[in-house]
Design a protein around this ligand. Structure first.
Ligand SMILES: NC(=O)c1ccc[n+]([C@@H]2O[C@H](COP(=O)([O-])OP(=O)(O)OC[C@H]3O[C@@H](n4cnc5c(N)ncnc54)[C@H](OP(=O)(O)O)[C@@H]3O)[C@@H](O)[C@H]2O)c1
Length: 341
């Protein structure tokens, strides 16, 4: 489908890491876009996108009336907004991830939209042994409300896929790239303070995806009529360990981080912190918690064969190239140059 076949495409979470890349890429390619942000101040890159011709609106998606207003004259939705934290409270995840997605898909269908693309996460398959896992499994028990509510949202939005309203779920791996200030830049900052970002002795596989490849997958899902009612794993398709990635980051930064916890101690600390923080209703992230430890303790490698076969997805950026670009952008970010697009 050419860009001009869409009346206007709604992108939620345009102020976030992935949403900002999706919004700017689609705008640059000539798609008619409406990007949503929520916080008080419009981020600078959205101001740029607005000047380039996109509509930009401030909306809180927990308010149904605001969802309805944002869907006026829209025929496709790319839903990136979510509470994307590894640690948090069940009620917050339920509202931001499940209820918002339910309202949005219900209202999009009612408003006559044709296409709905939902950004989900490979973590909905739980943490256990994943070596080339497909969309069909295996699945393991959850350690976070993030996983539970993203899975519940997946199931609900897919249940709404009917002829004339095509719903596609993309399960992203660990997305990284320039602008990832909430996750990857923090890891890099920790490495500069001596924290290696790994568990000692752990050599588990991980599933990176460079953000520009993920955006290509979103565009393929948007345009491909065969994607309806389907789930696709989206990663770089490489076999790489988390330790290899962290060591390469340290090399690029020119630092030698040394601190890491052994796996058994990390598990004990994670459960202890988890209980104490919940008991005292502390909002900040604990130093370690079960989701983070599970991520670093289990193989997390998934097959992208289905996305290759049906969507024609071909990731282009290998992890070394992607990390070089990310570290270069992190350096610019530290100098106060925030623009990364
Ligand atoms: N990053 C990853 O590695 C990764 C991996 C797998 C899946 N995903 C999925 O990809 C999507 C985007 O993730 P991200 O990393 O880009 O997260 P992010 O940077 O935290 O962005 C999330 C966005 O959602 C917006 N948002 C949250 N609740 C909202 C609400 N009630 N109303 C309006 N906007 C709301 C936020 O707005 P504010 O900025 O105003 O708060 C922000 O723009 C999510 O669905 C996530 O589950 C991400």
């Amino acid at each position: 489908m050419a860009p001009e076949t869409f009346r206007r495409i709604l992108i939620t979470g345009s102020s976030g890491f992935i949403g900002s890349w999706v919004t700017s890429t689609l705008t640059k390619r000539g798609y008619p876009v409406r990007g949503l942000y929520r916080r008080n101040r419009m981020p600078a890159h959205l101001e740029e996108i607005r000047r380039a011709g996109a509509e930009v609106e401030r909306r809180d998606l927990t308010v149904r009336e605001e969802v309805r207003l944002s869907l006026q004259n829209i025929d496709a939705v790319i839903h990136c907004a979510a509470l994307v934290r590894d640690w948090g409270y069940e009620r917050d995840y339920h509202t931001q991830n499940f209820e918002v997605s339910k309202t949005l898909v219900d209202e999009a269908r009612r408003a006559g939209c044709r296409v709905f693309v939902f950004l989900s996460s490979l973590s909905v398959q739980g943490f256990g042994i994943h070596r080339g896992s497909t969309e069909e499994g295996p699945f393991y028990p959850y350690v976070s409300g993030y996983q539970r509510t993203k899975k519940a949202a997946e199931e609900y939005v897919l249940s709404q896929s009917v002829p004339g309203f095509r719903v596609t779920v993309l399960r992203s791996g660990n997305a990284y790239g320039p602008g990832d200030s909430t996750t990857f830049y923090r890891l890099l900052a920790a490495q500069e303070k001596g924290i290696r970002g790994t568990l000692s002795g752990s050599r588990v596989l991980t599933s990176p995806v460079y953000v520009e490849d993920l955006v290509e997958a979103v565009i393929l899902a948007l345009e491909n009529d065969r994607s309806g009612g389907q789930v696709f794993n989206i990663t770089s398709g490489e076999e790489v360990t988390w330790a290899q990635m962290m060591d390469y980051c340290a090399e690029l930064l020119g630092v030698r981080p040394w601190f890491e916890l052994p796996i058994p101690l990390a598990w004990v600390a994670a459960h202890l912190f988890n209980r104490i923080y919940r008991l005292l209703r502390i909002k900040a992230d604990p130093l370690v918690f079960p989701y983070r430890v599970a991520h670093l303790a289990w193989d997390y490698n998934f097959s992208i064969d289905k996305a290759r076969r049906i969507l024609g997805y071909r990731p282009k950026t290998d992890w070394r190239t992607g990390l070089s670009r990310t570290v270069a952008a992190y350096r610019r970010f530290k100098e106060g140059r925030n623009s990364f697009l």
